[in-house]
Design a protein around this ligand. Structure first.
Ligand SMILES: [Zn+2]
Length: 120
């Protein structure tokens, strides 16, 4: 009894892959929320300032009207489902100064808390 059924390994990988999609969708939703608009929707430059919880790391701007999506970067993340490889993390750029906005994703914070807290 020393072989793990390959079906089980495949199922585990599939579950991890599915969780990864869920996490990525969750991150996209957080960007939408912080920017106060759906993906592809135009910036409301003339509208009311939309206060974001996120902040430009350079000029400190928190008005989401000046923030735009700026592609993705990839990172690995330890989660309760296992090691997620090359998770696509959205990036946001500040149009005031052209620097990156510091995105404090609550999802990623959550994973980091789990990882750092002793298993109980
Ligand atoms: Zn800025």
């Amino acid at each position: 009894m020393n072989h793990l059924p390959s079906a089980l390994i495949k199922a585990k990988e599939a579950a991890l892959q599915a969780s990864k999609s869920v996490v990525e969708a969750g991150l996209e939703a957080e960007v939408d929320k912080q920017l106060g608009r759906e993906k592809g929707e135009r910036r409301r430059v003339r509208g009311q300032p939309h206060q974001s919880e996120w902040k430009c790391g350079y000029c400190g701007c928190q008005d989401a009207n000046h923030f735009t999506r700026d592609g993705h970067y990839q990172r690995n993340l330890e989660t309760c489902w296992g090691h997620m490889h090359a998770l696509r993390i959205p990036m946001v750029e500040c149009q005031q100064c052209g620097h990156n906005v510091i995105c404090d994703f609550t999802l990623i914070e959550k994973f980091q808390r789990w990882k750092n807290s002793p298993a109980s």
